[in-house]
Design a protein around this ligand. Structure first.
Ligand SMILES: Cc1ncc(COP(=O)(O)O)c(C=O)c1O
Length: 379
């Protein structure tokens, strides 16, 4: 039996989400913009998911804008405000640990007119709010810091960063990429004072190609896709109705956000994994800080490149990542781990395991035993 420990790359689609997708494809195939009955039925599906998302996050329905996933939500959250502001030069603050959909978007925006400060994390992979405060300038328009890092699981102090940014100026927008937080930790948009928050469906049991952006006020940003003016003109393109139906079904399974403490089962599994790793593979260096998301563990085995072990384990039916999924097929070092100060074998030998709701302690035992064997064999 194979073991899937790569849930932060993507997780299994929930049966209720699959059902909602299939039913919608079969029966509710209308275009939500059509005025006839089938169009209205499709529009109702969008409305239902919007309502589910809004009530879960304790925000208004009109603040939810569907996108094709976390990448597009991040692009809209970053490019949209830059397009919206006439003032130049502008300044944006972000960090070296963001997902590529933030980091590379900001690299792309970085120019004579748009200056971007990328903050370095500490050795635990955490952004110090004091550094954000020091970096704020009179022309800073946007601060973008993620909730949970996708490679290490490190939790970022988004509430404090939001507070400091707003204290500096009420005109600064605060964007949080909450893709890895949703379903695992409370997403407290109001407490964070966030104006823009990105979410992805396929990390919570919905199909790939679904997601949404929370937007505090629509006039804070301009669209980045032009066309048929769907999503109140902020995101043109015929909506992925079936995907959004699946997203709604997955969102319904999540705990209420204010109550959602770290899921006990995942926390226990992660603790057990760390214990077994320390016991059976003591040479592993754990890169995940103590205070971290319940589903991610990053560690390094310095005598072998991460990809070698990922491939060896894959051929035995164990699925994990080296660094982030986007990097897994390219032999490049993790920008995140490098920014934390990792070098040489620790950097190249990094592995990420991430757990999901179906994983069991017995899978941890089999995984660690197989990893021990492969590591001894291949060194
Ligand atoms: C933190 C983070 N942000 C954004 C994304 C991109 O989301 P999507 O795959 O839905 O485009 C990911 C996906 O891995 C992620 O982990």
């Amino acid at each position: 039996m194979s073991v899937y420990f790569d849930h932060s790359s993507t997780t299994t689609c929930l049966p209720s989400a699959v059902k909602a997708v299939v039913e919608t494809l079969r029966e509710d195939y209308g275009n939500p913009s059509s005025v006839h009955k089938l169009g209205l039925k499709a529009e109702k599906i969008l409305k239902q998911t919007r309502k589910t998302a809004a009530s879960l996050l304790e925000v208004e329905e009109e603040q939810i804008f569907f996108t094709s996933g976390g990448t597009e939500a991040n692009n809209l959250a970053l490019r949209g405000p830059v397009k919206n502001r006439r003032q130049r030069p502008l300044h944006i603050i972000s960090s070296l640990i963001e997902h590529d959909s933030v980091f590379r978007t900001l690299k792309d925006l970085n120019s004579k007119d748009v200056e971007v400060t990328f903050l370095k994390p500490d050795s635990q992979g955490i952004i110090d709010p004091a550094r954000v405060e020091q970096a704020l300038k009179p022309n800073t328009i946007l601060v973008s810091i993620m909730q949970v890092n996708n490679e290490t699981g490190a939790l970022q102090p988004v509430e404090e960063i939001g507070r400091l940014s707003k204290e500096h100026s009420g005109n600064i927008l605060f964007h949080v990429d909450a893709v890895q937080g949703l379903g695992h930790l409370p997403v407290a948009i109001q407490d964070w004072q966030a104006d823009l928050v990105s979410f992805s469906g396929h990390k919570i049991g919905a199909p790939k190609g679904t997601g949404f952006l929370y937007v505090r006020k629509k006039n804070l940003l301009q669209p980045i896709i032009t066309g048929g003016d769907q999503e109140k003109r902020l995101r043109s393109g015929t909506e992925n109705v079936a995907g959004i139906a699946g997203l709604g079904a997955a969102l319904k399974k999540l705990p209420r956000l204010k109550e959602s403490n770290q899921p006990e089962k995942l926390l226990r599994l992660k603790k057990y994994f760390l214990q077994q790793l320390a016991r059976k593979i003591p040479e592993a260096r754990v890169n995940t800080p103590r205070e971290s998301a319940p589903h991610i563990v990053n560690f390094s085995l310095k005598k072998l490149p991460g990809e070698v072990l990922v491939n060896a384990m894959s051929s035995r039916g164990f699925y994990i990542s080296s660094g982030s999924a986007c990097h897994a097929r390219r032999n490049i070092e993790s920008r995140v781990l490098k920014s934390m100060g990792l070098t040489g074998g620790e950097l190249q030998g990094a592995l990420r395991v991430s757990f999901g709701r179906e994983n069991q302690p017995e899978e941890v035992d089999r995984f660690i035993a197989a990893l021990r064997e492969e590591y001894d064999l291949l060194q």
